[in-house]
Structures are given as C-alpha cells and as structure tokens.
Design a protein around this ligand. Structure first.
Ligand code: URP
Ligand code: ZN
Ligand code: ZN
Length: 463
C-alpha cells in the first residue's frame, strides 16, 4: 500500500488549528501529529501552507440539460476544474424528466459521470413529478443507491416545478427513510407573472431578470416550504439562499425551534446587482435564479454564516458560454440560467472571507467541507482531516497572490464571474483519497479516478 507523509503544514479543521504532520496509507489518513516518525514512499513539504479538508460543493449541475441547451461543463471538465480549485467532491443534481422515473434520472446521471469523472461525486435526485410511481422509488434510492437527499423546485413551471401537494408527499416519503429534501425556493407563479409583465412592456434586457424575481419571490417560497416541513415535522434544506428577506423567514423559524439547513453560494456573498448593468449583454453572465441581490443582502448572508443560520457555501455551478447566453439576446427570459464557480469557491472564500475577517479559518472549513459532509451523510469519511477519514487534502499556500481569469481557469466556460479579481491564497497541491491529484497546476491522475459516494441516511449521521 502506498504511503505519503505531509510534513510541516498547519492542519485546519472546523474545530482546530494545529501544526502537524499527516501520514497517509492507501486512501486514508493514518496518523496526525507533530514530527511523525513514519517513513513514507513520498514526503511532501507543506511548510508555510495550510492543510484543509478537500472542499465539498453540495450544489453543481454538470451537463445539465436546461432551457434548450446544456451546461457547458461535463463531469470530466467540471470535476477537474473543481480539483484545481480544491473541491474534491461534488454533489450534483440528477434531475427527473417529467414523465420519466427517478431511477431513469439516477441512471442517466451515473452514465454521464462514470469513466469520465476526476473528482468524487454523489447525487441528489430532483423530483419534478411526484406521483405513486416516483413515491415508490424513493426507498430503494436511499437504501440501495445511497441517494439520501432529494430536490423540489418551487419554480420553473412546466419543466421542473412541483406543487405544494407534491412537496408535502415528497417530504413525507423521504422522511420515512431518513432522507432530506432540498428546495429551490422561489414562487414560480409570481415569477411567471412578472416575466410576462416585463415582456409585455418591452423590458427585454438582462437587467429585467432580477426585477422579475424580487426578494419576495424567494422569501414567500422559503416561508411556505418551511411551514410545510414544520407542520409535518420534517427536516429541510434550502438551496442557494440570496437575500435578507428569505433569511428572516429562517430566523423566524428558529423561534419555533425549527431546524432548516441553509445553503448560500459564493456569488451571493460577493457580487451585487450592479452586475446586471454591464454593457454589451454582459449582464447575461449573471443571469441565474435566484438573481444576484444587493450589498445589504451580502452582509445579511455573511452574518447568517456567523450566526449558524447559513451552514453551507456552495456554487450552483451551472455554466453556459456566451453563445449559449445569447439565446436570450432579445428576451432575458430565454437566457439560460446559471454561471460557473466550482473552481473559484475555495480560493474566493479564503481571500474574501478569511483574509477580510468576515469568517474565521475554522468557519471557512466548516462551510466549504465539514457542514456539507455532515448534512449530506458523508462525515467523517469526507469533510475533515482525521484518522480514518479519506485523505482528501488541500495543501493551500495562503500568501500566493493571483488574478482570476477565465483563460487560466479550467472550467469549460468563456467567461468568469470574477474576471480580474486579485485574490490571495492558492491551492498548491490537492490530494484525493491519498493520491496527489493536482500539483502546482499539473494534473497527476487519470480521468475516471473519481468515485461515486453512496451516502448515509439521517439518524446514522446527523450531529
Ligand atoms: O440559475 C440557476 N440557478 N441555474 C441552475 C438551476 C437551478 O435553479 O439551480
Ligand atoms: Zn435552483
Ligand atoms: Zn442549482
């Protein structure tokens, strides 16, 4: 069995920071401590570097067929880009085609991933048609395939959205098996009404995208799905929360002792809605749902992280190149929704979050790795650096300065949402299950190295 000794680094977990060596045998961490005496096949000097647990991006859409096109990263390019950026595991959404089965979605997504994927991966299954047949599939997906989270869309009517009755059924059924429902919380009918109003007035440029999805759209849906979950006594996870109004619904929920897991994404912490004013159709780069909000919402979300109301920072990585975005050149509602980010998340959260004193180093690890591992049934295999855990480790140089540019990133997208941003801190070496995957920008594994991670249901994992 091959072995690696990482010497002289500072190991950071969600709870501790310690100068320590890490000894790895095969895929696992075997020992952590000062001046470890073991001899290994390979020794890596991590002097001056942090050792972070490999990042877990709990919200990606590789090769998603959506709005007449498909996301430009597939499992090969997307997970390789993730590894370059310190994300060793993704949880992607296998999305049921309305009329098809959940198993068909799961199998289709496995087919997209198998043999191509560089990083480790798991699936949430998105239920776009909850009926007796799909209800009957849930038990085996949880117990046989390790799919312990599902998704309900409250928007995108006619394609992905399910109604409240279906959401109630999904909450009830998944709960029986210890699985978690994740929700895209936007009021789809209100969105469609506002889009129609804007189009009727000839308001067709990208800036009308956020105006068709104001915060009330998100806050109403968040409050509603929380009420449904609370009434049934179910846990709930809200994806990509963007605004103070929605977060206030969560804060209200805490008063009745309701626990709702909240995810936000890097773009909602770092960008504001002035992006929609960019010239030459530049605003289209930021057309995603929910939209980018105001500076005051960024502040509310950072505070929410520190108040433990927001547990996870993901990306909703769903890139479309500019020629795809141009499908909506004459009508903002036809711009494919989504943006790249899987490669940017860890470095941005360190540079903008830790170095700007918005979050602590431990919190950085918690929101980018530990909390998603715990919430989604992968802890302590993933999400921490501990004896017995997978040796998914990012050796991170906290002083290295660089500038984000689409052309030096590895995502298959011709723009970057943070083009020209100067950041401090870079992923130097990335290990996945005890193998060096990326070293100084060079790829050291073959495609197909990534493994599917079957997850544990609630009860076996919830802390
Ligand atoms: O705009 C977005 N977020 N696109 C991806 C699909 C979704 O809603 O998560
Ligand atoms: Zn969504
Ligand atoms: Zn999404």
């Amino acid at each position: 069995m091959s072995s690696i000794l990482i010497k002289n680094g500072t190991v950071v977990t969600a709870s501790d920071i310690q100068k320590a060596d890490v000894y790895i045998e095969g895929e696992k961490v075997k020992a952590i401590g000062a001046d470890l005496p073991m001899k290994a096949d390979q020794t890596i000097d991590a002097k001056g570097c942090y050792l972070f647990p490999g990042g877990i991006d709990a919200h990606t859409h590789m090769e998603l067929p959506f709005m007449g096109t498909k996301a430009s990263d597939d499992f090969e390019t997307g997970t390789l880009a993730g590894l370059h950026g310190g994300t060793t595991t993704i949880i992607d959404f296998a999305i049921q085609k309305q009329g098809d089965t959940l198993n068909a979605a799961y199998n289709a997504w496995q087919e997209k991933a198998q043999g191509k994927v560089y990083g480790d991966y798991a699936f949430h299954v998105a239920v776009t048609d909850f009926n007796p047949k799909t209800r009957s599939e849930i038990k085996d997906l949880v117990q046989k395939q390790g799919v312990t989270s599902f998704k309900s869309f409250m928007a995108y009517k006619g394609a992905l959205m399910i109604d409240d009755r279906q959401i109630i059924g999904l909450l009830d059924e998944t709960s029986k098996f210890g699985a978690l429902v994740t929700t895209h919380a936007e009021n789809g009918d209100l969105v469609d009404t506002l889009i129609a109003e804007n189009r009727a007035k000839g308001n067709l440029t990208p800036k009308y995208h956020p105006l068709s999805r104001p915060p009330i759209v998100e806050a109403e849906a968040t409050g509603r799905v929380m009420d449904l979950a609370h009434y049934g006594g179910h846990p709930l996870y809200i994806v990509h929360m963007t605004c103070e109004e929605a977060l206030e619904r969560v804060r209200e929920g805490t008063k009745r002792n309701q626990k709702v897991f909240v995810e936000t994404c890097v773009q909602y912490l770092l960008l504001d809605d002035s992006v929609y004013e960019q010239k030459n159709f530049g605003g289209a780069k930021y057309v995603m749902s929910p939209p980018i909000r105001k500076k005051k919402d960024q502040e509310a979300l950072w505070a929410g992280i520190n108040q433990n109301l927001v547990e996870v920072v993901a990306t909703d990585h769903c890139p479309f190149c500019m020629d795809q975005k141009r499908m909506g050149e004459n009508d903002f509602s036809k711009i494919p929704n989504g943006a790249p980010g899987v490669e940017d998340r860890m470095e941005l959260m360190f540079s903008e979050g830790v170095l700007k004193n918005r979050i602590s180093l431990n919190k950085f690890v918690e929101v980018t790795a530990t909390a998603p591992a715990k919430i989604f049934g992968m802890f302590p295999k993933k999400g921490t650096i501990a004896v017995g855990s997978d040796a998914d480790i990012v050796i991170f140089d906290p002083l290295k300065k660089h500038t984000i540019r689409a052309k030096t990133r590895h995502m298959n997208c011709d723009y970057n949402a943070y083009e020209g941003w100067d950041v401090t801190g870079k992923c130097r070496t990335v290990l996945l299950r005890g193998t060096v995957a990326i070293d100084d920008g060079k790829v050291a594994i073959q495609k197909g190295f990534g493994k599917y991670i079957a997850r544990k249901p609630r009860g076996e994992w919830l802390t």
